[in-house]
Design a protein around this ligand. Structure first.
Ligand code: NZQ
Ligand code: ZN
Length: 378
């Protein structure tokens, strides 16, 4: 086993932690507070940020949409450059935080910052970033990934840079009180799939990675099975904790990973606007069926340790599907607004983005991706 693990984000977990942001932002820094469509004005988060930033010079930029686009974000880049912003504070879910990762890099870049997304440039400098998380799902609050879309070309791409790790992340689960069922379910399923992408590959000898991934999966199964408690503080803080741990880099260190479900899912979102987690719920079970030969040992292990199912991999895949369905997420692609070009559109986009040999064994070809999508149309 060989790996480097680095995660500099300070986690401020618990009720009332928003005020702690002053410990991480210098008074001399000019701050840009960035948020989405306004949910933070309904749950008191905006007011808490305003109170915390008393005495600071700060501006705000709102309107970052789910699956953030460069078309919107580039307007904030202008603000950062003309107003000479020193610090960006993201207040929202994965979309706002990812959007802000783009902003902190783009704000110090002279060219078109889509270069980071299409891989033609890597981030060499970035402004400091802080995050106040309002939707547990992506883990973006303490990782170095950002997923950004370009409406003009129906593309959804990603970049990584250690320079865009937030300096701090506030995880106060009391801000989840205004989340609707759709977003809570999305968060649960996204975290489940993140854990699987770093666990359901081929067997390894790492007791730590397997054990911790199983703990996270078991926790998510408990949360799905106690869905009726979803408005309680304990349920919500557990989801916030698990979703954070699922994608902060830890469980993936030193083990094979398979992000194929995400790569196929991103193309579905780019074309059809399907919520991120829903795109995953549609793709992942079929991907497990198509790639069963590669993944059978880990699916069996997951069956035994997470679901209490022995010697029946199809039953394990069905158990995963029923978790998604239990929280109200359909695993049938036909239940979403697609058209008869879906397989063609997604596979062409995968090809254009170099996603022709996905998976831990680099053997998820375009043909296999097409097969997965066809099977997902139940
Ligand atoms: O915009 P506002 O008004 O804030 O409303 C949002 C948005 O409409 C709402 N919301 C957020 N917190 C709320 C709330 N509504 C009520 N109360 C609250 N407390 O929820 C809606 C969805 O928000 P969004 O940020 O889009 O959701 P999520 O956190 O699931 O983020 C999804 C994005 O993250 C990317 C996805 O591809 C997608 O673009 N991902 C990022 C990753 C990363 N950086 O590591 C990994 C993931 O796999 C994923 O790809
Ligand atoms: Zn995800």
């Amino acid at each position: 086993m060989e790996f480097s693990y680095y995660n500099p984000t300070s986690i401020q977990f618990g009720k009332g932690q928003i005020k702690s942001i002053v410990n991480f932002i210098d008074k001399e820094q000019k701050v840009l507070v960035v948020y989405g469509g306004g949910s933070i004005k309904k749950n008191g988060v905006y007011d808490q940020v305003k109170t915390a930033l008393e005495g600071y010079t700060w501006l705000e930029f709102s309107g970052v949409e789910p699956n953030p686009t460069v078309e919107t974000l580039n307007k904030a880049v202008e603000v950062i450059k003309t107003e000479k912003i020193d610090f960006v504070l993201a207040v929202g879910g994965g979309s706002v935080i990812d959007g802000c990762k783009y902003l902190v890099a783009a704000g110090l870049y002279d060219g078109d910052a889509w270069d980071f997304l299409d891989g033609s440039a890597s981030v060499e400098k970035a402004l400091p970033l802080g995050a106040i998380l309002t939707l547990p799902a992506t883990g973006s609050e303490s990782n170095m990934a950002a997923v950004v879309s370009r409406k003009q070309t129906d593309e959804k791409r990603f970049f990584f840079s250690p320079l865009v790790f937030p300096k701090f992340a506030v995880l106060d689960s009391s801000v989840m009180s205004t989340l609707d069922d759709r977003q809570l379910a999305n968060g649960l399923v996204d975290a489940f799939v993140h854990t699987c992408e770093q666990y359901v590959t081929y067997p390894t000898t790492s007791l730590v990675n397997d054990g911790y991934a199983q703990t996270l999966l078991k926790g998510l199964v408990i949360l799905a099975n106690t869905w009726e408690d979803r408005n309680t503080p304990v349920w919500q803080e557990n989801l916030m904790h698990i979703a954070n741990q699922a994608l902060n880099g830890l469980i993936g260190s030193g083990v094979p990973q398979d992000w194929a479900t995400h790569m196929i899912g991103h193309e579905l979102t780019a074309f059809y606007g399907i919520d991120h987690a829903r795109s995953l719920a549609v793709v992942q079970p079929q991907l497990f069926r198509v790639m069963l030969e590669d993944k059978k040992e880990k699916i069996a292990l997951m069956g035994e340790t997470v679901f209490g199912i022995s010697n029946d991999n199809e039953a394990v895949i069905k158990a995963i599907e029923s978790i998604y369905e239990k929280v109200g997420i359909s695993t049938n692609l036909n239940d979403y607004e697609i058209d008869d070009k879906v397989v063609e559109n997604v596979t062409k986009a995968l090809e254009a983005h170099g996603m022709t040999a996905l998976g831990e064994n680099a053997n998820i070809t375009l043909e296999k991706s097409a097969q997965i999508l066809k099977m997902a149309m139940k």
